[in-house]
Design a protein around this ligand. Sequence first.
Ligand SMILES: *[C@@H]1O[C@H](CO)[C@@H](O)[C@H](O)[C@H]1NC(C)=O
Length: 131
Amino acid sequence: MKFIGVTTLAAALASSTSAISLNARSAQDVFVPIITSPTASSVWTVGSTQTVTWETANAPAQITNSIGQIMLVKGGTPTPIVLATGFSILDGEASFTVPDVINGTNYEIQLFGDSGDFSPAFTITGSDSLF
Ligand SMILES: *[C@@H]1O[C@H](CO)[C@@H](O)[C@H](O)[C@H]1NC(C)=O
């Protein structure tokens, strides 16, 4: 399965990491920002404000899709939870309130824009929910 860009939530949910292919475009056109936060040692508390950050210094002059979206991933599986959307991928950061999801040490965020790259796994805690 190949995508020319990942532009829809449906495409995001239907795809696994390995299924996201950018073969149709040359590598130099694709901005794959390095996520600098969260890291593997990050701990987010439900209800707190958190900021995802990524490097923008290596952004190409032209970006096919500069509108960013951050999705929550758990255990390697995309969730329908949108943490932030509608920002510019060139902002380098986006902040939001952590939703009430169950405690877990296997959360990741996926940053969509020109690509769909993942953070390391990190922890979310502070929930009363058992499931
Ligand atoms: C989730 O973690 C918080 C903080 O450690 C704890 O107080 C809470 O009881 C945990 N929730 C569950 C359902 O275990």
